[in-house]
Write a new protein. Structure first.
Lengths: 329, 313
């Protein structure tokens, strides 16, 4: 219980940090750039929308703590402001429409890369020094060093432009009515192939090499040697003895990994004009749409934080020491 | 979250830290993977340093025929604006490497300050610093950078490097903290304390030299991260697009629809450059990994046994 409470406190704390960064950044910048944009829109906006902007970016001369509490109140009550790009659509609607695309794309690609990467890591560590162990790490490492957006550009060029196997942009066929029907869903999957492969290739290597190194460490432990000596079958030794323990550090490196994947997916979405949150963030930056920038950042941060929380809670299932509070090491 | 303390190195001879850097370089040259990495890295450094001598043309001059495929006159062709891609590639290497390595060093220094202090002092200071690092660690880095850049207009590569360095220290701080905690109970630290050395002196002269290998590893990973972040930001147009870097080259290639006009020579070289530099850093790190985690170096004990079928059914 202690562990779970700790994780929940940390979750709330990081959430608060993300919100506060959003509040503080425009106010700390010399000359508050949001102000210039504010002046530009003054003539075109409803007084009510202007009022909301004032509260959000602090153009009134109230003391900062008053501004801060007003800001938090507006945030909690769902008043996130109106997007300039899609004026007068509230940014919450824009986010609501683009978030599922990113969650689907990043979610599926991440789950695949975690499972395949971990499985291959187990395999090549078991056959250490074998053919695949010599080939796979350097090859996948190259993919890890490749910037996501460049991989996206290359895939787009080769499979979209040259070979015309896959569409070059967007999340589904042009002019298609959205809905849970077969043509739309298959078009959606078809459009997700290249961005999905980009994200998969970019994140796969980390999981594989991480698992390989953990396995090698675990395979050298005395209890594994003992288990082997008493005649435990190789499969059981590999999965239940070595991999079971080697997987724990993988979980703890999830935090940094998911952050990288999300960063990569922002760029990937831009390249493929994918209708997700990363592309939305980019559009917002191009249009100096500060309410949308803030909302997109906050949602991305929340998504990453929730993913981390879920993984932390899963950790209690994987590591009995945490569950029984016997963790001393 | 428990950092994998178990995988931290055992410092065999604490007083031998003078030779640590030499050990790192020595094992880099001995390991074929790392030696390859080092070679690639040195080639790129030379290319960047000698760019003014090597570049056949002024990288800014838009005076050539537009969108030409590679030829003897233009080894990597020309852009849609009629600039020489090869000259841009050489000068772009300068900006990208300087920003990347500079930001990598900056964030490692910050990470050392935070990690050493937190790990050595412990107590409330540790709790605060550790919480801050963990919060920074879970913040989606690029999204945060984009938000900052959206407020800083036309950031120069220098500004970008500073911003990346200032936001990218969390992972290093965590690793250094764990290592400091494990080192600070060793006999030689206790001895230094008893001899009356100040905390700062112990941190700088006793603890830091004994984690040279993880410091070096962190510089490499932080530089890789910074190169990727900087080029990503530049690709999105969040760096002054008049400055030539590999990222801004990709920005212009994308603006000039290089993928739709078939001008692969425009967008392939900068990305390949980033990937090769990144790969060289990862490869060099192989050797360091084996210093910090000696079991990676141990005999291939499992290979033979995995191949011999067990007699048990």
């Amino acid at each position: 219980m202690h562990y779970i409470v700790n994780r929940l406190i940390f979750f709330v704390l990081s959430l608060w940090a993300a919100v506060t960064i959003n509040f503080a950044l425009p106010r700390l910048m010399p000359g508050n750039p949001a102000l210039a944009m504010f002046a530009k829109f003054q003539g075109q906006m409803q007084p009510q929308a202007l009022k909301a902007l004032e509260l959000q970016f602090g153009f009134n001369n109230q003391p900062w703590y008053i501004q801060y509490f007003t800001y938090l109140r507006e945030l909690v009550t769902g008043h996130w402001g109106l997007s300039f790009t899609y004026y007068p659509t509230p940014v919450t609607t824009v986010i609501h429409n683009s978030l599922p695309w990113t969650l689907g794309l990043v979610g599926v690609a991440t789950v695949l890369s975690v499972f395949l990467g971990t499985a291959l890591g187990i395999f090549i560590s078991w056959r250490r020094g074998g053919f695949w162990d010599n080939i796979l790490p350097p090859v996948t490492m190259f993919f890890q060093a490749v910037p996501y957006f460049w991989m996206a550009l290359v895939l787009l060029f080769v499979f979209g432009f040259k070979l015309s196997w896959f569409p070059m942009a967007h999340g589904y066929g042009e002019g298609m009515p959205a809905g849970w029907n077969r043509p739309f869903l298959s078009s959606m999957l078809y459009h997700a192939v290249l961005p999905g492969i980009t994200i998969f290739l970019g994140s796969f290597s980390g999981w594989m090499i991480g698992m390989r190194n953990n396995m090698i460490y675990t395979l050298g432990e005395d209890y594994v040697v003992f288990a082997e000596a008493k005649g435990v079958s190789p499969q059981r030794l590999m999965i239940m003895y070595a991999a079971r323990n080697a997987i724990l550090p993988q979980v703890t490196s999830f935090a940094i990994a998911i952050g990288n994947v999300v960063s990569g997916s922002i760029l990937t979405e831009v390249v493929f004009s994918y209708p997700g949150i990363g592309n939305q963030l980019n559009t917002a930056v191009l249009n100096e749409d500060y309410p949308l920038i803030q909302a997109a950042f906050l949602i991305i941060a929340i998504a990453v934080l929730v993913a981390n929380l879920v993984v932390d809670l899963l950790y209690t299932r994987l590591d009995p020491r945490v569950r029984t509070e016997g963790a001393t090491a | 979250m428990s950092t994998n303390l178990a995988t931290l190195p055992a410092v065999s001879n604490p007083k031998a830290h003078k030779g640590m850097l030499r050990t790192i370089f020595g094992s880099m040259l001995r390991d074929p993977k790392s030696a390859t990495g080092l070679t690639i890295f040195v080639i790129f450094i030379l290319m960047a340093a000698l760019a003014p001598l090597l570049a056949p043309y002024n990288p800014d001059a838009a005076t050539f025929a537009q969108t030409q495929a590679p030829s003897a006159a233009h080894w990597l062709g020309t852009t849609a604006m009629g600039q020489d891609v090869f000259s841009q590639f050489l000068f772009g290497a300068r900006t990208t490497l300087m920003v990347g390595i500079g930001a990598g060093l900056l964030s490692t220094i910050l990470a050392l300050l935070v990690g050493l202090t937190a790990g050595y002092r412990r107590g409330w200071l540790d709790s605060i610093l550790n919480t801050i690092s963990n919060v920074f660690l879970v913040m989606p880095g690029l999204a945060l950078l984009i938000v900052i850049e959206s407020l800083v207009k036309n950031a120069s590569p220098l500004t970008n490097g500073l911003i990346i360095g200032l936001t990218g220290w969390a992972w290093g701080a965590r690793v250094f903290r764990a290592q400091t905690m494990s080192l600070s109970n060793r006999d030689f630290i206790v001895a230094a304390k008893l001899s009356g050395a100040s905390d700062i002196r112990i941190m700088i002269t006793e603890i830091a030299p004994n984690m040279m290998s993880i410091i070096a590893a962190n510089v490499m990973y932080a530089s890789l991260g910074a190169i990727l972040a900087e080029s990503g930001l530049a690709f999105l147009g969040l760096e002054n697009v008049q400055q030539i870097s590999w990222g801004t080259m990709l920005y212009w290639a994308s603006q000039g629809s290089a993928t739709l006009t078939g001008a692969w020579w425009w967008f392939v070289p900068p990305g390949l450059g980033i990937a090769l530099v990144g790969l060289s850093l990862v490869l060099m790190n192989f050797a360091i990994d084996q210093i910090t985690n000696p079991r990676l170096r141990v005999e291939k004990r499992r290979k033979n046994r995995a191949n011999t079928k067990p007699s048990r059914a």
